[in-house]
Design a protein around this ligand. Structure first.
Ligand SMILES: [Fe+2]
Length: 575
């Protein structure tokens, strides 16, 4: 009976579903075929370099599962294929006692330098629609592989994973090509640190590993940002490993590191990754890492090349270094709720907020990064095996001020790079502001204004009483508001501040959520160094008016006992 089923393809389908291919060993010679076995006995993978469609018996090779695992409501099966030929199409079917599954195929990586493309993205949780749109775009782009940055689903339950894998089938192209995934662990997988290993057969139980693609052309180091939070005793081992493994590959041309939570998130309320900076940033720089791919924040960013620095001109631990620095790329928005791009740094090249992933073309001497918007996906013309490096017709790319293509190595003189315009200073630090202790009676003074610090111009305090808050306001002239593409408020404040533009709250810094009352206190004491340059808050320019604009700021103390309060702010626009 079994034999009959094999020779009569198409009569009865096998009972495998939720296919995925992953990489755990040399991608030029190995791959893992993974699926969920619904029913049927004795499943095996029939595979080879010749396409026999669903005629299972005709395939050159067959392999039984290396490993099976009941996990997250699925009967996960893994076949580790080894001794494959590099840069070669492998066709396969999963067959079992009930029939033969869909014919799929994948490509092994090249073992020497030659161009390829890949997709990098993350954070597909919560919203199935954009997730599915992104998946359909994978099928149209035909990358060599997908580097996935974590936060697949809400919390990694059985139901959520079944839905995720059902959606992942949309990444399979019409001709059955399926794209290997390099899996990264995110905080929404923290219910089980083994989740990636249990679902993708990743090579290390703690989810850090490295893989080379194209010989010395590229190597990707995957780190687990969640060990810090979920298994701190394992942190030294991971750090020991990355400090030993990165220097093992001095000849690699493109060095990429990927992990979930960013060092410096580009959304304001997200926590800073101070430990990741401390553990890894200098190592990445010393070892010539080209790009650091981060997720978690659900917005879009790309940075100039940077190196770690706390010196003059640095900001939040980094300073621009066009010659030798690494670029940050991120921050994951494959379906997760979009968050605002409101925490740019001076070394941020561009930021925005929409659903997207990166489509990356890799050549021996340059790497071209495009951000793909999940817009009008049905009108995107799919690529074919003959034109894998063309821009698909109808695909919507992000066009930031620096240009559509982010080119590595970074060359600010390259004709494809558009120098983002320098913001124009509309209000400089040290300008005249009105201030008030009751919101009614106003006086004028030159910023920095406040009390209790010899660097500020003191406001007059009745009877020496130090008020818990002070209001400041200024009329700001902007010629043509419609021409303003970006607006920045560079806030220097001790301790917390809220900024209103024409009656709309646009910045809330170091203050609790909810209604602000006279007795409201700032959340944290301000640290001196952040005050030096001011914190550049990008603000949506939609609240700007042509002509006169009213900017109102209210500054709050962190504690009633605090002896000082200070305020200054610059306003810059890009047009
Ligand atoms: Fe996350």
């Amino acid at each position: 009976m079994f034999f009959l089923l094999l020779v009569l393809p198409g009569l009865v389908y096998g009972r495998a579903d939720f296919y995925r291919v992953s990489w755990r060993d040399d991608p030029a010679t190995a791959a893992v075929i993974c699926w969920n076995q619904v029913s049927g006995e004795e499943p095996e993978v029939c595979y080879g370099t010749v396409d026999h469609g669903m005629k299972a018996i005709a395939y050159e090779n067959r392999a039984r599962p290396t490993r099976t695992l009941e996990y997250r409501g699925m009967n996960n099966h893994f076949v580790r294929l080894e001794n494959l030929q590099p840069d070669t199409a492998y066709y396969f079917v999963v067959c079992d006692s009930e029939g033969v599954g869909r014919r799929l195929w994948f490509k092994t990586a090249p073992d020497k330098p030659q161009p390829f493309t890949f997709i990098s993205g993350g954070d597909s949780r919560t919203n199935p629609q954009p997730r599915r749109e992104g998946n359909k775009l994978v099928a149209k782009l035909r990358p060599l592989f997908v580097l996935f940055g974590g936060d697949y689903s809400g919390s990694g339950t059985a139901e959520q994973w079944r839905e995720w894998f059902a959606d992942w089938q949309l990444t399979i192209s019409e001709d059955g090509r399926i794209y290997p995934i390099i899996a990264t662990h995110g905080n929404h997988e923290n219910a089980d640190l083994l989740m990636m290993e249990h679902l993708f057969d990743t090579p290390h139980p703690d989810q850090y590993y490295s893989l080379g693609i194209g010989g010395d052309m590229m190597r990707i180091w995957v780190l687990n940002s969640e060990l810090e939070y979920k298994a701190p005793t394992k942190v030294p081992l991971q750090n020991e490993w990355i400090h030993a493994d990165l220097p093992k590959y001095p000849a690699v041309n493109w060095k990429l590191v990927a992990y979930h939570r960013p060092m410096r998130a580009h959304t304001a309320h997200k926590a800073e990754g101070l430990n990741r900076i401390k553990w890894w940033a200098q190592l990445f720089y010393d070892q010539g890492v080209d790009a650091v791919i981060e997720s978690d924040t659900h917005m879009v960013k790309q940075s100039y090349p940077v190196r770690p620095s706390e010196g003059e001109g640095s900001y939040e631990s980094f300073i621009r270094d066009d010659e030798k620095g690494f670029m940050f790329i991120g921050e994951g928005s494959w379906g997760a709720p979009a968050r605002p791009a409101n925490d740019d740094k001076p070394w941020t090249m561009a930021s925005d907020s929409f659903h997207q992933f990166k489509w990356i073309q890799v050549y021996p001497d340059e790497m071209l990064v495009r951000t793909v918007k999940f817009d009008h996906i049905d009108s995107v013309e799919p690529l074919t095996e003959a034109n894998l490096f063309d821009e698909p017709k109808g695909m919507v790319f992000w066009e930031p001020e620096s240009g559509q293509v982010l080119r590595l190595p970074f060359d600010k003189n390259h004709p494809s790079y558009t120098k983002p315009p320098e913001p124009r200073m509309v209000v400089a630090h040290g300008s005249e502001w009105e201030w008030s202790l009751d919101g009614t009676n106003w006086a004028k003074g030159i910023a920095p204004l406040g009390y209790g610090d010899k660097k500020v111009n003191p406001v007059a305090l009745p009877d020496g009483v130090k008020p818990p808050w002070i209001a400041f306001r200024k009329e700001v002239e902007v010629g043509d508001a419609g021409a303003v593409t970006r607006l920045f408020f560079d806030l220097k404040v001790d301790d917390g501040g809220v900024v209103n533009l024409n009656g709309h709250e646009v910045v809330r810094h170091n203050l609790p959520d909810g209604e602000l009352k006279p007795e409201t206190l700032a959340l944290k004491k301000m640290v001196g160094w952040r005050l030096k340059r001011g914190i550049p808050f990008p603000v949506d320019p939609k609240f700007l008016k042509s002509g006169t604009n009213l900017v109102e700021v209210r500054v709050y103390q962190q504690s009633p006992k605090s002896s000082d309060l200070m305020f200054d702010m610059a306003v810059r626009v890009k047009e």
